[in-house]
Design a protein around this ligand. Structure first.
Ligand SMILES: *Cc1c(COP(=O)(O)O)cnc(C)c1O
Length: 403
């Protein structure tokens, strides 16, 4: 049987009925260029070797898999393991696709990387890649986000990026996307728009998945070596879905491995209080692709809430919508409170401070563990929590109320 990854998506970028590329006409040739270049370059020995060396000597890959013995003992039941993307350079999985996008841009003869950013994590990772490749970098960011995320703005500037403040509309992520597309149209010959997750028009959902595939390939090999078997369950948080697709893709042909995407249930099930797209959303179109989204009563992308800014998105990558429909992956949720409890528990019991995003996957594993004695759960720990410690401790202390 042909492996899933070789046959999905189809040539038009469809995962079943999800995905595609609904683009304004002037962008169509540019996205076709990117697709053609990716399909050609990603098979070249030069590109593959360069990327392998960058991952080893600059990013610090492979990242390890750790057995979380203390947390497993405390939960009782399943054995919990973590794939340590928090140890990747810059502290999260996002650099995996940013470095690959930068290398693609260089092979295409581009001199600039550009993107939008919400909380600034993607902007920092892309600015890092641009510095490495000696390219210009232009990051669009809403003025409200700039005010909230000052340390990441400072990082981007230190790394040499130009941060373009976006002052119209809600002055947040959605406007930053619009602003960045507008600017990209004027310089698409020399710049690459580097999307930050497995979202956007084809080829980005496929390409970013392929760039994150290294996480799943490493994790599968490491887990086998450590335990002699495959994990029973694999869990990852889902914002756009790139870290989840990275680890899922390593196990997708292993039918005995159950895949779980963990969405933010936020503070309540009311629209506006969560960002649980699969749990509460419906089919629709957003930012140039078909997927599942949360809509407001007028049918526009809804306002969302979650304690983890990296999961703050009313849509989800089309491949997740497809895996949800086919049943190959199961989508579940964790609330803000469960996430905080996992944040404190993993810090205290294992010496690992997780990103609030990743803490959603930890929360799911902690909840499932008691019902699954003898089984193993591999969590993708997508990033470290240094960026979150001020917010968490100023608002929730040291977790006294959650123990
Ligand atoms: C951005 C981010 C996420 C969410 O993005 P995905 O594309 O869903 O992976 C998750 N974890 C961390 C640490 C992030 O920075």
């Amino acid at each position: 049987m042909a492996s899933y990854l070789k046959t999905t998506p189809d040539a038009q970028g469809y995962f079943g009925t999800y995905g595609g590329a609904m683009l304004p006409p002037p962008l169509v040739p540019h996205f076709k260029d990117i697709t053609d270049a990716y399909l050609r370059i990603s098979k070249s020995a030069d590109y593959i070797n360069e990327l392998r060396l960058i991952r080893k000597h600059f990013q610090g890959r492979p990242t390890p898999v750790s057995y979380l013995k203390n947390l497993s003992d405390a939960c009782g039941g399943a054995r919990l393991y973590a794939k340590r993307e928090d140890l990747n350079h810059t502290g999260a999985h996002k650099l995996n696709h940013c470095m690959a996008e930068g290398l693609l841009a260089r092979h295409m003869g581009k001199t600039k990387l550009m993107a939008e950013t919400g909380a600034g994590q993607h902007g920092v990772a892309l600015a890092t890649a641009a510095a490495y490749f000696g390219m210009e970098c232009e990051i669009h960011m809403g003025e409200d986000d700039i005010a909230k995320e000052a340390p990441n703005v400072t990082r981007m500037k230190l790394l040499g990026a130009e941060v373009v403040p976006v002052s119209f509309g809600g002055r947040s992520l959605k406007e930053a996307v619009d602003s960045c597309f507008e600017s990209y149209l004027k310089q698409a010959d020399t710049a690459l728009f580097a999307i930050g997750s497995v979202v956007g028009p084809h080829p980005f959902p496929m390409m970013v998945r392929d760039f994150q595939h290294v996480v799943g390939v490493e994790a599968r090999e490491q887990f086998l070596e450590m335990t002699g078997e495959l994990p029973d369950m694999v869990a990852a948080c889902v914002g756009g879905g790139s870290n989840a697709m990275g680890i899922f893709s390593g196990f997708i042909d292993d039918e005995g491995v159950a895949l779980f995407g963990v969405e933010p249930l936020g503070s309540s099930s009311n629209l506006g209080d969560h960002a649980a797209t699969m749990t509460y959303g419906e089919d629709g179109e957003l930012h140039g692709f078909r997927s599942i989204l949360l809509k407001d009563p007028q049918g526009a992308p809804a306002e969302v809430h979650t304690i983890a800014s990296g999961l703050h998105y009313p849509g989800v990558g089309p491949e997740h919508a497809h895996l949800h429909r086919t049943g190959r992956a199961t989508y579940v949720g964790a609330t803000d409170t469960e996430c905080l409890r996992a944040f404190y528990d993993l810090s205290r019991r294992e010496g690992i401070i997780p990103a609030l995003e990743s803490a959603h996957a930890v929360a799911f594993a902690m909840r499932e563990a008691p019902a699954n004695p003898g089984k193993s759960i591999l969590i993708n720990l997508s990033g470290r929590g240094d960026k979150d410690i001020d917010y968490v401790t100023q608002n929730h202390g040291f977790g006294e109320n959650l123990r």
